[in-house]
Design a protein around this ligand. Structure first.
Ligand code: PLP
Length: 465
């Protein structure tokens, strides 16, 4: 078969559009193709600036992932139940949803959205600088019953960062970024550079490096900020909360800005999240929240330590004035979700998720698929390392009926490509054990086919962040 035909043939098989699908047959087909498997050429970085080199690498990596039918996908379902998603004509069990508690299909949240549409229409088109729908006030009151601090709702978490960070950071402050802090925080930090504000970087979660930099920077700067995530979005590990609390006590000028987008809802009393539970309400701690993940709705919030700074950002935060508001159905659903989080309905949902995460970690350990950084959050990561090998494994896992996220550059370091798996309450226990068996099998198959004795495909110790 000509190489091009083989490629089409392989794509048909992987998409499941080839009739008489048989997993054994599939393995043989792939084995046959593996002698001339299509790998992308090593990136040739012709561009001569750092930015264009970075963009060329992103473009090349993503183009290959798109051609492999593992990213930039569309769901084709007419109706979603949270567990199954159809793409490229194939039904897959969805291990790619961040709706950890499974609330996006909850009747109470749907009713909140429908009621808001019936009362206010699909849209309230006005900047919040002029007029907000009363639902905003209702939502902020509900959220202040959940979180310690003064809550400003924003259309997205990113827009919350863009409003808050340039206002809360003073001209003589210094910023220290965790290497893995979310891209949206890094983007907002870019706004500080033209003001000449010092921005420094530490390796991921390295508290020794952080303390060293605080000691140095505190001499010349009013405040020393550390920007970090509560739970990191790709590897699912936590910020070292205890150590951060100690540093807050030890250094008066040390301040924290924590993006806890992935911690809200599934974790903590009333779904307060990781950062608010352990550090909330302190004068030197600012927290960003998301309702677009575990909360089951949309939008974000910044939780300020006091009303005064909240009001300053409300007046001066550019995206609060110059971006549009959250629309009525999302506000209605988020109010319903906030009420649910304050009710007895929350604990069984959190417990069910914890059980599924524990099952995943137990089974992963049995199968030798431990996460590089052990964690008990719903974001799980299996490192493979090499990008094209990761794509090959993910294609095969999808062909067996499981949808997982591809973890590639720039979301993870180039040599840390892998499989990102998110656990949610729609999943059944047998889905979790089935997925892990499938991943183990496919990693072994690909390893054998590549005869890569030199370098095992799966080696969590090689993790380089
Ligand atoms: C940790 C973290 N922060 C912020 C965001 C951005 O959220 P939004 O889409 O609400 O701007 C994400 C998105 O996935 C995220 O994972």
């Amino acid at each position: 078969m000509a190489q091009k035909e083989k490629q089409v043939h392989k794509t048909q098989i992987l998409r499941g559009t080839k009739s008489n699908f048989n997993p054994f047959h599939l393995s043989l087909q792939l084995l046959d193709l593996s002698c001339k498997r299509f790998y992308p050429p090593k990136p040739k970085l012709m561009s001569n600036t750092k930015t264009s080199q970075h963009l060329a690498l992103v473009d090349q990596t993503l183009s290959y992932a798109i051609a492999s039918n593992i990213i930039h996908l569309y769901s084709e379902d007419q109706k979603l139940d949270g567990r199954i998603i159809t793409t490229n004509g194939k039904e897959l069990i969805n291990f790619g949803s961040c709706s950890y508690l499974g609330l996006e299909t909850d009747e109470r949240l749907k009713a909140g959205a429908i009621d808001a549409i019936n009362r206010y229409g699909t849209q309230f088109s006005s900047s919040r600088a002029y007029m907000s729908l009363s639902l905003y006030k209702d939502l902020e009151i509900e959220l202040e019953n959940i979180f310690a601090g003064s809550v400003m709702v924003s259309p997205t978490t990113t827009l919350g960062h863009l409003a808050a960070i340039p206002v809360i950071v003073g001209d003589n402050d210094a910023i220290i970024l965790d290497h893995q802090v979310h891209a949206s925080v890094q983007m907002a930090t870019q706004l500080l550079r033209p003001r000449g504000i010092k921005v420094d970087l530490i390796r991921h979660n390295r508290m020794d490096q952080l303390e060293h930099k605080i000691k140095k920077l505190q001499k010349k700067h009013d405040k020393v900020w550390y920007f970090a995530d509560g739970i990191y979005s790709m590897f699912g590990d936590y910020a070292p909360i205890e150590e951060l609390n100690e540093l807050l006590n030890r250094y008066p000028s040390f301040h924290l800005y924590i993006d806890d987008a992935h911690g809200i809802g599934w974790c903590g009393q009333k779904g307060q999240g990781v950062a608010n539970t352990f550090m909330g309400g302190q004068e030197k701690v600012y927290i960003a929240a998301s309702f677009a993940k575990s909360f089951g709705t949309g939008g974000g919030a910044i939780i300020f330590p006091n009303k005064k700074i909240h009001q300053t950002v409300r007046k001066c935060g550019s995206t609060i004035t110059f971006s549009g508001p959250i629309q009525p159905p999302t506000l209605g659903a988020t109010i319903a979700s906030a009420k649910l989080h304050q009710s007895s309905a929350l604990e069984p949902l959190q417990e069910s998720l914890r059980d599924k995460i524990a099952l995943f970690n137990r089974e992963a350990a049995i199968k030798g698929l431990e996460q590089p950084v052990p964690t008990d959050t719903p974001i799980c990561y299996i490192r493979i390392g090499d990008t094209s090998t990761t794509f090959e494994v993910i294609q095969r896992v999808m062909a067996h009926g499981y949808y997982v996220n591809t973890a590639i550059y720039p979301s993870v370091p180039y040599k840390d490509a892998g499989i990102r798996i998110t656990i949610n309450n729609h999943l059944r226990n047998e889905d979790i054990t089935g997925l892990l068996s499938c991943i183990r099998h496919e990693i072994d198959m690909v390893s054998k086919e590549m005869k890569s004795e030199k370098e095992s495909l799966f080696d969590s110790k090689k993790f380089i962040i």
